[in-house]
Each structure stands twice: as structure tokens, then as C-alpha cells.
Design a protein around this ligand. Structure first.
Ligand SMILES: *Cc1c(COP(=O)(O)O)cnc(C)c1O
Length: 489
């Protein structure tokens, strides 16, 4: 399987590249990204064949269908990392919460958020490619909270890869910050940056685009890469759990094979939802993919009106910060798959220069055959958290946004799979506030209050964070990021 460019080819770069090229150098012609040249059709017997398969066996078969240039034993080794999840036999439990509503819990990995689902295996694949080519890579990451810990965790002590992770000082939860600053490995560097996430991210983008910086790295024999969510090396691992979750519903006798379901995804950069879209194209009987947003509701506007309009828009901080995103990068792959490279280039270039685009009526109709969307503000989210808790289910504020789409976007009484993207432990102050009105609780107090109220224990890896030694205590101005990085490598 080769990968082609979402905005077409500029005559300077190869027209198609292998999977490993696409993940090591993810930027393509005209600022586009790489997409598979076609989506494999798994056939109608695929689900039946895997009815009793473990997560890893299912995963291997899905990845093999993409026919990528990664050795089979490397893929096996990468998939073995799911053994570190809470339940080695089932890394992604699916829980019935109420009539028709099932929650697929994607947060049982080492950093307690769904980023582990893709980053765990991706880290191993990237490091093994770097070793095989005898190359060294520097991965730069800017994080608002979940990607940073997951990226550090996956690359820690891996050969031929160094990671510099930047977070906005004061812009993450205590737990998220501690997960980063207590990581102790020679190949990792964590930098707190004065400013907000946008400042941190634009500093990162500037470095990624700087020829001079690249040259300086080259003189030290280091290549620059990024582990952000447009990297197809992450997306491929996000197809698996959608198919797994469907099969779990079959195994729980909730549906029969072939029955349609709704997939309900809390979305930001649209990686999770893109995985759902590919799963649907490959084999999965899906009525619609429901896209949940928070008050940063540009995806709701896109799906309901075909309008992507960044003019006069600013990111609003919410209680579901991992979804505080306006430029949702993976929408580009949906445009490409539905409307082709020429149209994608036209729309994306208009977005870059004029900050908006509008789909035609026919195009909107195509988008709406697959997706429905709504958004959930923080107050409604808190109500959903409280209501679910009172009926016995504890969930985080990102997951809560899906309960709104469940209420407003379903047109049929079909079973619905909501994806839970973070454990309650990562956003405990918000949850404590929703459950008992506590304001400004520190993470530690909030964790204890919730644990007591729900009569559950705080997972050891979260509790331990508060006593671990802080190994990265540097807080810098963004002007000094570059020199700190060069110092480190
Ligand atoms: C990253 C993240 C999301 C958004 O996922 P996308 O794939 O970017 O749409 C939602 N919830 C949590 C907790 C996340 O960490």
C-alpha cells in the first residue's frame, strides 16, 4: 500500500511514498498530508471471522490489510504493548451504561487517556524504523495535556529517538503536569513555557518549519519529526478499537453481526473519528458517526452547514481541554477521501489564505450521509457527569460531550457506542465540581473526594505521581525554546 498526497503533487516530491516514509516525513506537497491510496475492503466475513479473536489478533489482521512496509515481528512487538493495559486480555472494555448506550473505554493504558491507544505502538514502530535506517530522530511535541505524557511514555528509553515536550505552564492539570515532569529518562526533555497553549504550539510550528533549525540538527546527524495526530502511523492504530468495540457488542448479545450501530466520538483533531470512518469503509455496519464537540464547535458547523469558518473565532478554554481545537487537522483526509485531491487543495488553500470555506449542497449531503454533529457546553457536560454518576457510571468531561449527541443526533433506536477518551483521574477537579459543587479543588483533594464518594480507589500510577521526584523543572520564555533544545541534543 502506498500513500498519496491530500493536496496533489507539486512535481518536487515523489507522487507516492511508502508507509514508513509517510510517518517519518509527514508533510507533503502544498502543505498537505499523506493518505492511503485506497482503503482496504475487509469483506463481509471479516467480522464473523473475528468474533472470538483477542484484541491483538484482530489488530494484526486489520494492519496486515494495509500491506505496509513494516516487518511483521515489529508489528507484533508493537501490539504486545497493549499487554501493559489494565486487562491484558481486553485492553478496551466496553460497558453498558443505559438502554442502547455502551461506553468503549479507551483510557486503560499507562497515561490514562486514549492517546496511549495509538502512541504506545507508534513509538515502538518509529524507533525500530530509525534503528533499521541507522538514523536519529528528534520528536518535538507541544501539548495541552494528554499528548505530552503519552508521547514521553512511549519514547522513553527507546533507541535513536529523543523527545522534547513543551507544555504551557499553568495550562495543564496537576496530574498531567506531574506525568511529564517526573519522567526520568536520558532521551526526554520537558519544558514548561510561559504563555498559553497557542503560544507553545506556534513556537513549535515555527521550529518545524525553520530550515535553519533543520540544518543545525542535520549537522548533528539528527532528523526532525513530529508525533502529532495527522501522522498516519497513529491513525492506523485508531481503526482497530472501533471494530473491536462492535465485536464486543456482538459478544455481549447486544447486537447481531450486521446490525447497524451509531459510533459517538468526542472530537478535536478528528483522529479518533477518522479511524471510525475508515472502520466503516473497511467493514463496519454503522448508521452514522456522531461527532461531539464542546463550545469550540467548529466541527458542528462544518457537518451541519458545510461551513468551515475561522474568521472572528478564538479558542474558548473549556472543561474538556483536549477538544479545545479550531483547526481540526484530520478533516483534510475526509475531504480528500470524499472529494479528491484537487478539491481538497482548493478548500484547504482557501482556509489558509481566507480563513474559511463553504462546501456545495451536494458535498454537504455526502458529508451528512456519514456524520451528524452537535456540541455540549460545560454546564450541560457537568449535568451529564452528575446524571451518569447517579446511575452508577463515573466519566470524564470529554466523554460527557457525547451524551449530548446521544440525546440530540440519533434518528433511530440503534445501539450506540460512545468512546471514553480519558479516565476520571485526569480531570478530577471538574468532576468534583460536577458531583458536589466543589470549586477550585486541587487535583489531589478532588481525587480523594471522588474516590470516597464513588467508593473506588485511585489507580496507583496516579497516586504515586504526587510523591515522585520532579526531574524537569525548567520554565522558560518561548524565545529560549530553540536554544534549550539545541543544548539538550
Ligand atoms: C485527544 C483527545 C480528544 C480528541 O481526539 P481527536 O482524535 O483529536 O479528535 C478527546 N478527548 C481526549 C481526552 C483527548 O486526549
Amino acid at each position: 500500500m502506498n500513500f498519496i498526497e491530500t493536496r496533489g503533487n507539486d512535481g518536487q516530491r515523489p507522487v507516492q511514498v511508502s508507509f514508513s516514509e509517510a510517518i517519518l516525513n509527514p508533510i507533503s506537497s502544498f502543505g498537505g498530508i499523506y493518505s492511503p491510496e485506497s482503503i482496504p475492503d475487509l469483506g463481509s466475513d471479516f467480522l464473523k471471522k473475528h468474533i472470538n479473536s483477542s484484541y491483538k489478533i484482530l489488530a494484526k489482521d486489520i494492519i496486515t490489510a494495509f500491506n505496509i512496509d513494516i516487518d511483521s515481528d515489529v508489528i507484533d512487538e508493537a501490539l504486545n504493548l497493549y499487554d501493559k493495559f489494565d486487562d491484558k486480555n481486553n485492553p478496551v472494555p466496553v460497558v453498558k451504561v443505559k438502554e442502547d448506550l455502551y461506553v468503549s473505554e479507551l483510557y486503560h493504558g499507562p497515561t490514562r487517556a486514549f492517546k496511549d491507544m495509538a502512541l504506545q505502538p507508534f513509538g515502538l514502530v518509529l524507533s525500530s524504523l530509525a534503528q533499521k535506517r541507522n538514523e536519529n530522530y528528534l520528536i518535538l511535541a507541544a501539548t495541552s495535556g494528554d499528548t505530552g505524557p503519552a508521547a514521553l511514555e512511549t519514547f522513553k528509553n527507546r533507541s535513536n529517538v529523543q523527545v522534547v515536550c513543551m507544555y504551557p505552564d499553568g495550562g495543564t492539570s496537576d496530574v498531567q503536569r506531574l506525568q511529564m515532569v517526573t519522567e526520568d529518562a536520558k532521551n526526554l526533555k520537558v519544558l514548561g513555557v510561559n504563555g498559553d497553549f497557542d503560544d507553545t504550539q506556534s513556537a513549535l510550528k515555527r521550529l518545524l518549519g525553520s530550515d535553519e533549525f533543520r540544518e543545525q540538527l542535520k549537522s548533528k546527524h539528527i532528523n526532525l519529526s513530529a508525533a502529532n495526530s495527522v501522522n498516519f502511523g497513529r491513525i492506523i492504530f485508531q481503526i482497530i478499537y472501533h471494530i473491536h468495540s462492535y465485536l464486543e457488542l456482538v459478544r455481549q448479545d447486544a447486537i447481531a453481526i450486521g446490525e447497524k450501530v451509531y459510533l459517538n466520538v468526542p472530537s478535536g483533531n478528528f483522529g479518533n473519528a477518522l479511524g471510525a470512518y475508515y472502520a466503516m469503509e473497511m467493514c463496519l455496519p454503522v448508521e452514522k458517526i456522531l461527532i461531539a464537540s464542546n463550545s469550540n464547535n467548529i466541527l458542528t458547523q462544518f457537518i451541519n452547514e458545510g461551513r468551515y469558518d475561522l474568521r472572528d473565532m478564538a479558542v474558548t478554554p473549556t472543561t474538556s481541554p483536549a477538544m479545545d481545537i479550531l483547526k481540526s487537522s484530520n478533516i483534510e483526509r475526509i475531504l480528500f477521501d470524499m472529494f479528491g485531491a484537487d478539491r481538497t487543495k482548493e478548500l484547504m488553500q482557501q482556509l489558509d489564505t481566507e480563513h474559511h470555506y463553504q462546501l456545495t449542497d451536494n458535498e454537504i449531503a455526502s458529508v451528512q450521509t456519514i456524520f451528524s454533529a452537535d456540541f455540549c457546553n460545560d454546564n450541560d457536560g457537568k449535568e451529564y457527569i452528575k446524571e451518569a454518576f447517579e446511575s452508577g457510571y463515573l466519566m470524564d468531561p470529554h466523554t460527557a460531550t457525547c451524551f449530548k449527541t446521544y440525546d440530540t443526533c440519533r434518528e433511530k433506536d440503534l445501539k450506540t457506542i460512545i468512546y471514553s477518551t480519558a479516565e476520571w483521574t485526569k480531570f478530577s477537579p471538574v468532576i468534583a465540581n460536577a458531583l458536589s459543587g466543589e470549586v477550585d479543588a486541587e487535583d489531589r483533594e478532588a481525587l480523594q473526594a471522588i474516590a470516597k464518594k464513588a467508593n473506588i480507589s485511585i489507580p496507583a500510577m496516579i497516586n504515586e505521581l504526587f510523591d515522585k521526584e520532579v526531574t524537569h523543572n525548567l520554565i522558560i520564555d518561548k524565545e529560549h525554546i530553540e536554544s534549550e533544545i539545541l543544548n539538550f541534543i
